[in-house]
Design a protein around this ligand. Structure first.
Ligand code: XMP
Ligand code: MG
Length: 184
């Protein structure tokens, strides 16, 4: 899918496909330096992190395994409720392992704070966070983000894994939607 396919639904391309690729190269290099050959378990947060996981993991030289968690933080609409529910738990025992959470976006940080607490209680060797996008509110929480792709304005974004009502995940860039899409 591309900008043409989106037609008038697309308001603006915020981060292009090329910009994402370049930044992922840099993040992967940073992650490789940090772990220095240590084996890492990448934990992708479904569904949004699928693209980041696929593209970031393929850039790593660090030996990795992968697992997935699905949590729901939004009842409906576009605001975080702070109430997190596990829809799918890990299939791996993480005790004593180096964990790297791979996220698409951190908004309020509520979802991730909960996830960090939950995973820490399983006694991993270490726990770090990588996210492609971070919104301003997240910077105000005490959440320590170890690898961050882009700080973006406080707007609802779609593409590169991120959806609105289930759509636009397969858009290769990160963009904003025209108001008529929300209006229904
Ligand atoms: P919190 O606020 O808990 O939210 O950090 C994190 C989760 O909320 C979703 N989210 C978005 N999804 N466009 C989206 O498609 C956005 O702009 C957006 N902001 C937050 C996302 O699932 C993320 O994991
Ligand atoms: Mg997510």
């Amino acid at each position: 899918m591309d900008a043409l396919d989106m037609g008038e639904d697309l308001a603006k391309v915020l981060i292009s496909e090329d910009e994402i690729a370049t930044r992922l190269d840099e993040m992967a290099a940073e992650i490789d330096r940090t772990y220095a050959g240590e084996e890492v378990l990448l934990i992708g947060v479904l569904n949004g992190a699928v693209m980041v996981m696929a593209d970031l993991s393929r850039r790593l030289h660090t030996p990795v395994t992968m697992d997935w968690m699905a949590v729901s933080s939004y009842g409906s609409g576009t605001r975080s409720s702070g109430v997190v529910r596990i829809l799918k738990d890990l299939s791996t025992d993480v005790h004593g392992k180096h964990l790297l959470i791979v996220e698409d976006i951190i908004d309020s940080g509520l979802t991730l704070s909960w996830l960090v607490k939950n995973l820490s209680s399983r006694e991993p060797a270490s726990l770090k966070i990588a996210t492609l996008l971070r919104k301003p509110e997240a910077a105000q929480t005490d959440l320590q983000v170890d690898f961050c792709g882009f700080d973006i304005p406080n707007e609802f974004v779609i593409g590169y894994g991120l959806d609105f009502a289930g759509r636009y995940r397969n858009v290769p860039f990160v963009g904003t939607l025209a108001p008529h899409v929300y209006g229904g």
